[in-house]
Design a binder for this molecule. Structure first.
Ligand code: ADP
Ligand code: MG
Ligand code: MG
Length: 211
């Protein structure tokens, strides 16, 4: 489909559904190396986002308008580390999504902006066992796909696969940022919850573009 405001709404709805579906898994992942609130916080946040989108009349006109609502709602409802991190990611992405329709380069720019927001906010680099690992691999895969002439839906599909690999790569790592870093070496051997939720969100973006 065309990557316009309707796609962004569909992406958001699919993200909310996926996060809700994987709520217990995210809770369990965060229980292993954090405080166990990631699944609940994020599913509550996305529920609020969907309620906000449902109540909007007229509906948002651009991808950027949709993502700004996601950003502000997640910031005010999620809390913890993930609230400000995802909030900043969506806010930066919203500023890059001002065109009525995203082409391959627009998708890359949006993903780069989101990653940039997460890094600006959390100061993590690749390999610190955070959501940055998922987003960095997603951006790299998206850039590569766009460079090879892929259409926007395929750029997003590549990003989703990259995010999956990036999330998997966090398993053996020792966390050096966020709450999991308190565990030191004991954080190794666990999937990072924020990398996993990032993987779900990017899979939702690709699924919305595929239909
Ligand atoms: P909290 O740790 O405050 O309970 P959450 O459980 O909602 O927050 O989110 C934890 C996730 O946030 C981690 O799995 C990790 O992916 C991400 N995270 C934490 N700190 C950072 C950081 N400085 N930079 C990027 N991501 C981070
Ligand atoms: Mg937590
Ligand atoms: Mg917490």
């Amino acid at each position: 489909m065309t990557l316009d405001a309707a796609w962004a709404v569909d992406w958001t709805r699919r993200s909310a559904a996926s996060v809700a579906e994987h709520r217990d898994e995210l809770v369990e992942l965060d229980r292993q190396i954090g405080d166990g609130d990631h699944g609940e916080n994020l599913s509550r946040g996305f529920r609020a986002v969907v309620a906000k989108l449902d109540a909007l009349d007229p509906p948002p006109a651009t991808v950027g308008d949709v993502l700004r609502i996601v950003a502000t709602t997640l910031m005010s409802t999620v809390g913890g580390a993930a609230g400000p991190l995802y909030g900043t990611a969506y806010l930066r992405a919203s500023k890059s999504g001002t065109a009525t329709e995203l082409g391959p380069d627009g998708v890359v720019a949006l993903l780069e902006a989101a990653l940039d927001g997460i890094v600006t906010r959390g100061k993590a680099t690749v390999g610190e066992k955070t959501m940055v690992d998922a987003w960095t691999a997603a951006v790299a895969a998206a850039v590569d796909a766009a460079d090879h002439g892929a259409p926007p839906s395929q750029v997003l599909a590549a990003a989703a696969r990259g995010a999956q690999e990036g999330a998997r790569s966090t398993v053996p790592l020792v966390a050096t940022k966020g709450r999991a870093s308190y565990l030191g070496e004991r954080s190794a051997g666990h999937l990072d919850p924020g990398a996993r939720s990032s993987e779900l969100i990017l899979a939702a973006a690709a699924e919305a573009a595929a239909d």
